[in-house]
Structure formats: structure tokens, C-alpha cells
Design a protein around this ligand. Structure first.
Ligand SMILES: Cc1cc2nc3c(=O)[nH]c(=O)nc-3n(C[C@H](O)[C@H](O)[C@H](O)COP(=O)(O)OP(=O)(O)OC[C@H]3O[C@@H](n4cnc5c(N)ncnc54)[C@H](O)[C@@H]3O)c2cc1C
Length: 484
């Protein structure tokens, strides 16, 4: 074995033989793989962690560090009632390495948890390198292991590993690019400017909301798109622009009417007064609760500030809150609803688990969260515990629900957000004071969902005898923890 040699292992004397003979193979030392390896090792399960960098790199990574952040340095909101803040609390309660390292290397960023990326990655690299139950192999893994394994090779999985997965799962179930349209919070829409209708009256009448444009509005919108600043293109992304998946700014540059014959075509749609608009933006609902809508066909590479500015020109979106903005980049991810179960196991090869962005979650935080869950389940299995899946009322469970219960024909990567959670039932929700409900329904709903999640996680941990770790207080002193 070409990895670091562990000569003694006083903390885990019984596990040392396993380290040599029967380690879990974790492939990929990114956010998910590092969290997964740490969870396993801290729970007494030996791990061989494979990371191909720095010998072989990806088009986005720059260093040989484990858990390198390839782009932004933010792990999103740290507000405990925000879905991303709640997910952090749950991960902390389960002893997350990624969140502990993020807190230890945090830089001021308002209500977000942002990090000094070098300190963050160094801390994780040191922790895992010095762990007595983790052996690190700095090599590319090109074949699927036969024993217990977690594949966490990320959106830029090496070509050989992509091939191995394709051979196992079929190429139609592994996507190689990702074009993401923005998502908007429905409560921030001005519905008086929108009308509900499906094109040619197909489907349910209220599956779509439509924003109609007159000619002047359309021309101003077109001009704003053409003039907006776009993110610089990585070399490897050039090849990704094929006709079925063009960013709207690329379409807009082809001619003033190209959008009107593409994602903004008005055909098959009439406003309630019977007229045909000059152009239309369609919003497709993202979830059963209609808490979010997707801007259909609006994948974009405009800078995020520009997207907010330009998309707020759409009638009805003047005060829009975006829960996701448009993106186009390479992304390798499975059609997880077909292939994974709630324990992150491949249905056809149950000893192989998949974690990280390659499952179809989106983002550093969510990727680490799936690594945590996969490692936790596998450690319970190795301890002989028959585990039930984390409750869907928790953020960790809601992510797994998205991966396993979404419609496979329309499966798209998602960040954690409350649209993925089951709605509050009357028996679960708090008594809503009508006045407070009028003024701050959204805040109160989020608080109730977060508290329900905390209770569900604590009960699950009690049932499975999983220790709950006391997290560090959040910067703003807000107190929702999973350890109370
Ligand atoms: C261009 C780009 C920009 C992004 N920007 C953001 C952002 O700003 N914010 C955000 O939250 N998310 C962003 N993402 C998504 C981000 O990649 C994920 O959120 C996160 O890094 C995924 O974690 P992961 O562990 O699944 O994969 P990664 O962190 O990518 O880790 C996978 C690891 O596996 C290694 N590997 C791959 N194949 C093999 C193999 N065969 N053998 C051994 N090792 C292998 C890789 O070297 C890598 O270290 C971006 C992605 C891309 C591609």
C-alpha cells in the first residue's frame, strides 16, 4: 500500500487489524469524502481514503489539500432557523469535522459561515492525516471496490471512475453537465402581475405561473441581459454549451427575438383577458407546497448580483427572493431516485454507497452532509445496529428524501431548503397567533420546522444510541441547538 503508514493505534487497539485487512474504502478526499472518513474513523471503523490530487488534478481544484473549496468560501447561512443553518446544527450535533473546521477558520461574513479556505483545508488535511484509523492513498482509484466503499468523487469525478460508474449504472443515469435555472421563493412574488396557465392548457392549470411582457418591457429586459456581466468561463466549460442547454445570455446575443422563440415564447398562452403577450417567462412549481418556483429555461452564467438585478425586471419579480441562482457547469451526478436508497446505498451493489455532489445534492455543505450520513449509517452497520433512516423532518433526512423520492424524469440537484421538508401538519405546527401570522408567517414557519427537526433528530439519536455533541454557539448567539 502506497499510503501513509500508521504504526500504532492505541485508541482503537481492536480496529487496527481491520485497518490492514478490512478498511472501508472512501474514494475522493473532498467535502463529502473527508466528512465520511472522519465519521467512520471517529466511530472506530478504519478507513482507506483515496485522493488523486496533487498527482492528478481536476479542472477546478488548485491544491493538493483535502476538502479544497473550489469556488466561493461560503458555507451559506448560519442562522439556525434557515434551512442551511439548521443543517449545520444537525451536523454539529453528530460531530461534523467540516463544520468544526469551518468554525475554527471562520471569517466575518454577516449571517453566513464563510471561511479562510487555506486554514479550513489545512485543518481538515492535518486532522485526517494524523488520525490513527485513516490511511490516505494519494492515487486515483479507477475501479469500483468490491468491499464496503463510499464513492465521493464529486462533480468533477475522474474519467476512469466515471466510466466505471457508467458501466455499472448505464450512461443514461449519469449526467455530465448541469444547467441550473434560478428558483424563487413564492412568497416574494407579486401574483397580481402573473397568471396561472399551462401552455396549450396541458396539465393542471396551476402547474405554471406566467409573467407576461409587452414589447417595451421585453426590449428593455433583452438589453439588460445582453449588457449584464457574466462569470469568466473555465476552459473545460467551453465544450458544455450545446444547443439544448444554452444560457439565456448566449441566446439573447444571437438576436433580439431569439428568446421569444425559445424560453420566452408566448405561444399556447393567453392572459386572463384573452390577449396574447409579446413574451412570457414561465415559473414551474418546485414542490407540492408551491413554496418555490423555477424560472423555466433561465439557466445563466451572469454574475449572481447581475442575475438578481436583471431577473427583478420580470413583471411580478420586483421584490423576488432567490433561493438559487442560475448556473452552467460540468457536474457528474447520478439519477439517484433510481439508484440510491435512503442509506446512500446503490440498490444494485449495496456494499457501495455514494456521497457528495455526485448524488445530486448541490453545494459544499450538502455534500459534506451526505458524507456524514453515509459514514454514520455504515458505522452503525459495522457495530451491528439495524438503523432506521434519519427522519424526513430533519434537514439530513429531507436531503435524502429529495435524492430518493423525486421524480427520476425531472431529477435536478438541490441545495437544502424548506421546500424539501414535509409540510407542517396542524398537529405538528405551533398555534399561530393570527396577527403574528400576518406579519411574520414565513419566519414562524421556519422556526417551527427547525424545532420539529431538532426534536426528530434527538429522538433518532436516542433510539440509535448515537452521542449528541454540544455545538459551539453561533456568532449571533441564536440558540437553537440539537443538543439541548
Ligand atoms: C466550477 C465549480 C464551482 C463550484 N462552486 C461552488 C460554490 O461556490 N459553492 C458551493 O457550495 N459549491 C460549489 N461547487 C460545487 C462543489 O464542487 C461541491 O459543492 C463540493 O465541492 C462537492 O463536494 P464533493 O465532496 O462531492 O466533491 P469534491 O469536493 O469535488 O471532492 C471530490 C474529490 O474526489 C477526487 N477524485 C475525483 N475522482 C477521483 C478518483 N477516481 N480517485 C481518487 N480521487 C478522485 C477529487 O480530486 C476531489 O478532491 C462548484 C463546483 C464546480 C465544478
Amino acid at each position: 500500500m502506497g499510503g501513509d503508514t500508521k504504526e500504532s493505534c492505541p485508541r482503537y487497539p481492536d480496529a487496527y487489524n481491520e485497518l490492514v485487512n478490512d478498511p472501508v474504502e472512501v474514494i475522493g478526499g473532498g467535502l463529502a469524502g473527508c466528512e465520511c472518513a472522519y465519521q467512520l474513523a471517529e466511530r472506530g471503523v478504519p478507513v482507506r481514503l483515496w485522493e488523486m490530487r496533487p498527482r492528478r488534478t481536476t479542472p477546478a481544484h488548485k491544491t493538493g489539500d483535502l476538502a479544497e473549496l473550489v469556488c466561493s468560501n461560503s458555507l451559506r447561512s448560519d442562522d439556525p432557523h434557515h434551512a442551511a443553518g439548521l443543517l449545520k446544527r444537525e451536523m454539529e450535533a453528530l460531530g461534523s469535522l467540516i463544520i468544526a473546521a469551518a468554525r475554527a477558520s471562520a471569517v466575518p461574513a454577516g449571517s453566513a459561515l464563510a471561511v479562510d479556505r487555506h486554514r479550513f483545508a489545512s485543518r481538515i488535511t492535518e486532522t485526517l492525516t494524523s488520525h490513527p484509523l485513516i490511511q490516505i492513498e494519494r492515487r486515483e482509484k479507477t475501479e469500483l471496490p468490491t468491499g464496503d466503499a463510499v464513492i465521493a468523487t464529486g462533480p468533477l469525478t475522474s474519467p476512469d471512475m466515471s466510466r466505471a460508474l457508467t458501466e455499472l449504472l448505464g450512461s443514461e443515469h449519469l449526467y455530465f453537465y448541469d444547467s441550473i435555472a434560478p428558483i424563487v421563493d413564492s412568497e416574494s412574488l407579486d401574483e397580481s402581475k402573473l397568471f396561472a396557465a399551462s401552455r396549450y392548457d396541458k396539465g393542471e392549470g396551476d402547474d405554471y405561473l406566467n409573467a407576461p411582457f409587452d414589447r417595451e418591457q421585453y426590449l428593455a429586459f433583452h438589453r439588460a441581459i445582453v449588457e449584464a456581466e457574466v462569470s469568466p468561463l473555465h476552459d473545460f466549460e467551453q465544450t458544455l454549451f450545446f444547443e439544448g442547454c444554452l444560457p439565456i445570455e448566449e441566446l439573447a446575443r444571437r438576436g433580439v427575438d431569439t428568446l421569444r422563440f425559445g424560453p420566452m415564447k408566448p405561444v399556447g398562452l393567453r392572459t386572463p383577458d384573452g390577449s396574447r403577450p409579446h413574451a412570457v417567462v414561465q415559473f414551474r412549481r418546485e414542490d407540492l407546497a408551491r413554496s418555490q418556483y423555477n424560472l423555466v429555461g433561465f439557466q445563466s452564467r451572469m454574475k449572481w448580483g447581475e442575475q438578481k438585478r436583471v431577473f427583478r425586471m420580470i413583471p411580478g419579480l420586483e421584490n423576488a427572493r432567490f433561493t438559487r441562482l442560475g448556473q452552467v457547469h460540468r457536474n457528474t451526478f447520478l439519477n439517484s431516485p433510481i439508484h440510491l436508497n435512503r442509506f446512500y446505498r446503490l440498490k444494485t451493489r449495496p456494499r457501495i454507497r455514494i456521497a457528495g455532489q455526485i448524488t445530486g445534492v448541490e453545494g459544499y455543505l450538502e455534500s459534506a452532509a451526505t458524507g456524514l450520513a453515509a459514514g454514520l449509517y455504515l458505522s452503525l452497520e459495522r457495530a451491528g445496529v439495524s438503523a432506521s433512516a434519519l427522519p424526513v423532518a430533519t434537514a439530513l433526512g429531507a436531503l435524502a428524501r429529495h435524492l430518493t423520492e423525486s421524480n427520476p424524469a425531472r431529477f435536478q440537484p438541490a441545495n437544502i431548503n424548506y421546500g424539501l421538508f414535509p409540510e407542517l401538519g396542524p398537529e405538528l405546527g405551533p398555534e399561530l397567533d393570527p396577527e403574528f401570522k400576518r406579519r411574520s408567517k414565513r419566519h414562524q414557519r421556519r422556526q417551527a420546522l427547525a424545532e420539529r427537526a431538532r426534536d426528530a433528530l434527538l429522538a433518532w439519536c436516542r433510539d440509535h444510541r448515537v452521542e449528541v455533541v454540544q455545538p459551539q454557539p453561533a456568532k449571533d448567539g441564536k440558540v437553537l441547538t440539537c443538543a439541548s
